[in-house]
Write a protein that binds this ligand. Structure first.
Ligand code: G6P
Ligand code: MG
Length: 216
């Protein structure tokens, strides 16, 4: 049976993709080109550095190392201005119910995110205490779909990968969970996340009964 749960952050616990989008769009516009919501899909689960590389490709912009570093900082400062305004009202529907249910069953939980801002965001929305361990952009070297992020999480929680469930909204995240040998649950569009073992539109569709069966 399942002994632990690992949650992605952006798009699973909170909808920060819209803030990432606004910050990247501002930078693109400053550099003289457009950045669409559709292109923003490519940025989900992808590191900040890789996102900037893709953005500059989209705009056909070449950058010196110094410019690249400046733009990384600028994007993050704009993003953090949005994060600074966040509170618990931005937690996605039924996430607290699922966290409370699992906590009540003494099931350990970890975060598995590419974001270097993960701790700050969890603190802002008041969910930090649910997680025994944060695996985030500060302690991961290999990007999803590499399983590293989730394998570190399982290791820190002291459970085998086969006994872990992962909640993910990104294709690369589902692949990372599958590559880790974990049970993958896609949160979002089933047609996009078809590689997941289970699919749900959001947490309102995940019943306590379903969770109870996983851990029994
Ligand atoms: C998550 C998001 C990505 C973001 C990455 C890094 O994976 O889905 O869109 O680029 O984190 O976030 P950071 O907060 O470190 O810039
Ligand atoms: Mg995500």
């Amino acid at each position: 049976g399942i002994k632990a749960f690992i949650f992605d952050l952006d798009g699973v616990i909170v909808d920060t993709a819209k803030y990432h989008y606004l910050a990247w769009k501002k930078l693109a516009n400053e550099l003289g080109f457009e950045f669409t919501l559709e292109q923003n899909e490519l940025f989900k689960g992808v590191s900040r550095k890789r996102c900037l590389e893709i953005l500059l490709d989209i705009g056909n912009v070449t950058a010196t190392q110094e410019q690249f570093d400046t733009w990384m900082v600028e994007k993050n400062e704009d993003y953090l201005a949005y994060i600074d305004e966040m509170d618990s009202s931005e937690i996605l529907p039924d996430v607290p119910r699922v966290l409370n249910y699992l906590k009540g069953k003494n099931i350990p939980m970890a975060l598995g995110s590419a974001s270097k801002n993960a701790r700050a965001i969890l603190e802002k929305v008041g969910l930090i205490s649910y997680f025994e361990y944060l695996v985030d952009g500060t302690n991961v070297t290999k990007a999803k779909p590499d399983p590293e992020v989730f394998l570190i999480g399982a290791n820190k929680l002291g459970v085998s990968p086969e006994a872990c469930v992962v909640f993910e909204d990104a294709v690369a995240g589902i692949q990372a969970a599958n590559n880790a040998g974990m049970t993958s649950i896609g949160i979002g569009d089933e047609s996009i996340l078809s590689e997941a073992q289970y699919n749900f539109k959001d947490f309102t569709e995940i019943s306590n009964d379903f969770l109870g069966q996983l851990i029994s």
